[in-house]
Design a protein around this ligand. Structure first.
Ligand code: E4P
Length: 214
């Protein structure tokens, strides 16, 4: 399973990259807005920090505008993946961009039939938002399982990118369900390392070692 960081915070990305375990980055307009900086400037920073797919979302409402923006993003760096929304216009843009060899991450997916449409449009990644599905009282993880089953059945190459991850159990369940990628807030990435028995066990090892050396 690949781990992407779901952030445009340069400090978080540096720390994530230093771990050696981060395979890519996802952003969205809300994440970009939080930086308070021009989008292209942020993208130029991110590509220097993380060597892997970097999703950058289009801001146009129509397919023509999304394709234009997508081409601009793709021209910035070979690792850029264009992120397009799961709307009729977004999928038209997905089809056009993927037809030209540009990778597209289709975002804001909340149902398995939407994921089927995205795969048919040639998406490289589909982003089901599991946390937001849970928030409305439905089962985000079932969505991942359904998409995995459909993609397997028809041999679609579109990769499932579990998004809107809120805690380590989402990561565990996404991995069990066969998601190819999980995009994680930095805090969740850090939480993955933690286990109380690891902490206690290490303290005991160190204490025993120091006691023996006295
Ligand atoms: C995915 O690419 C999105 O940027 C993200 O995972 C959305 O997460 P949220 O529901 O926590 O905003």
């Amino acid at each position: 399973m690949k781990f992407f960081l779901d952030t445009a915070d340069v400090q978080e990305l540096r720390l994530g990259a230093a771990s050696g375990l981060i395979d890519g980055v996802t952003t969205n307009p809300s994440i970009m807005a939080k930086t308070g900086r021009p989008l292209k400037e942020v993208v130029q920073d991110i590509v220097k920090i993380v060597n892997g797919p970097i999703s950058v979302e289009t801001l146009s409402e129509d397919a023509e505008g999304m394709v234009r923006e997508g081409k601009e993003y793709a021209a910035m760096h070979p690792n850029i993946v264009v992120k397009a929304p799961l709307t009729p216009e977004g999928l038209k843009a997905t089809k056009a961009l993927s037809g030209e060899g540009i990778k597209v991450n289709v975002t804001l997916c909340f149902s398995a039939v939407q994921a089927l449409l995205a795969a048919k449009a040639g998406a490289t990644y589909i982003s089901p938002f599991i946390g937001r599905v849970d928030d409305v009282g439905l089962d985000g993880m079932q969505l991942i399982r359904d998409i995995a089953q459909i993609y397997k059945q028809y041999d679609f190459k579109t990769q499932i990118l579990a998004a809107s991850i809120r805690h380590p159990v989402h990561v565990l369940q996404s991995a069990l369900a066969g998601a190819h990628v999980g995009t994680l807030p930095f805090k969740v990435f850090q939480q993955l390392y933690s286990h109380p028995l690891t902490t206690i066990g290490l303290e005991k090892f160190m204490a025993d070692w120091k006691a023996a050396k006295k």
